[in-house]
Design a protein around this ligand. Sequence first.
Ligand SMILES: [Fe+2]
Length: 243
Amino acid sequence: MLPETILQYLKVYYAILTANNRFSNDGQCPLSLSVGGDAALDAVLEWIRPEVSRLVGFDLAPTYSYSRQYAKDEVLTRHRDRPSCEISVTASIQIPKGAGPSVLHLKPPNSEETKVEMLEGDGCVYAGTEIEHWRERFSVDGYIQLFLHFIERRGPNYPRLMFDGRECLGARYPDGKPHTMDHDAVNAMLLKEFLKERRTVQELKKEIAALTESMKKQGSKIEKVGDQLELAKSPQQIVLNSQ
Ligand SMILES: [Fe+2]
C-alpha cells in the first residue's frame, strides 16, 4: 500500500522521532510507545486519502494519524474504535529482523473471524467502528504500525469530527495526544462500574440496618437482664441495710 520511497522515508522519520523522545505511552497498549496527530504523519493521512476514498468507494475526510511501536508481551485487546475512525488504514512500517509478518485479527459483524498478515509497506483498510479487531501477544519488541483514520465526507460525523476536533491537520491536541478508546465504550464501562458500586453501597446499608436492629434487640435484652439482677439483689440489700 505504501510505495517503497515513502516507506524508506518513514523509517528515517521514525528514527528521528525516537531520537527526540516523541513517543509516549497510552492506556490501550501501556507497554508500547505511540505518537498521535504528528504533522508529518498527518501529511501521510492527507496524501493517501484519495487512494483510500477510491478503495472504499466514497469520499473521505481526514481525522488523525496515530502510530505505535509495539513492545514485547503487549496485547491489543479486542475492541472497536471511536467515531473518528469510521474508515481506518493500518500499515506496517517496520518488522523486527527475523520476525514474522504483522498480524491483525478481525471479526466483522455476521461473519467469521479472519486475520490479515502484513509485510513492511502493506496496509489493511477496515471500518474501525464496526469491525472488532485485536492483536495477539507480541513475542518480540519493535513492530511499528501506522494508523490513518478517516470519516465519510457525507456521513453523520462530518464536519464535526474532521481533524478529530482539531483546528487543522498537524495541530496539537489539548491534552497532548488523541484518545485511543471508544468514548461510548468507556462511558458504558464507567456506568457499569458506577451501578456495581451503587449495588455494593445499597447492600452495605441493608447490612448496617440489620446490625443496628440486632444491636437494639441485644441492648433491650441486656437492659431486661440488668433489671432482673437489680430485683434479685434487692432483698439481700434490704437485709443488710436492716442489720
Ligand atoms: Fe483500533
